[in-house]
Design a protein around this ligand. Sequence first.
Ligand code: NAG
Ligand code: NAG
Ligand code: NAG
Length: 138
Amino acid sequence: MARFPLCLNSAILVLITCDFRLVTATDRPPAPVNVTVSHLKANSATVSWDVPEGDIIIGYAISQLRKDGQMQRSIREVNTTNRACVLWDLEEDTEYVIQVQSVGLNGESRASKRVQFRTLKETDWVPSNSSNKGEIIN
Ligand SMILES: *[C@@H]1O[C@H](CO)[C@@H](O)[C@H](O)[C@H]1NC(C)=O
Ligand SMILES: *[C@@H]1O[C@H](CO)[C@@H](O)[C@H](O)[C@H]1NC(C)=O
Ligand SMILES: *[C@@H]1O[C@H](CO)[C@@H](O)[C@H](O)[C@H]1NC(C)=O
């Protein structure tokens, strides 16, 4: 009776082991710290972070996940020293979870801590025409 679950367990273990080996293959930069969300609006938010000193960082990668597990988005920028990024096209009044990775010469860092935020509700007034959409801020 115990056989079938045992088999299942070892199959899962193999998968995890493979994954682990891939991820630890190279020297990677340290993960970003102090990840914060600001300029929170109904449809956009700004993510910023700090990078521990030491390694050469050439870019960043952000993964954005809706709290309910849907609609994952990855943003990846290299050849930039930006420590902030605007997330656009968000849904109002929705919870998102983001993580940031540094991109170094030998690959990406581990992911930062997860940061969760909730977009604001749309208000009744029509917002002014804004051309500031999805740009990387300097
Ligand atoms: C993270 O934030 C703390 C507190 O503001 C600051 O002391 C620290 O230097 C920051 N870390 C980095 C790597 O900038
Ligand atoms: C970024 O890339 C452009 C073109 O690929 C290059 O001319 C520029 O020197 C690069 N900047 C940095 C900081 O590496
Ligand atoms: C926004 O743009 C539309 C069309 O481009 C224009 O008719 C409207 O007056 C603009 N509204 C504001 C607040 O600028």
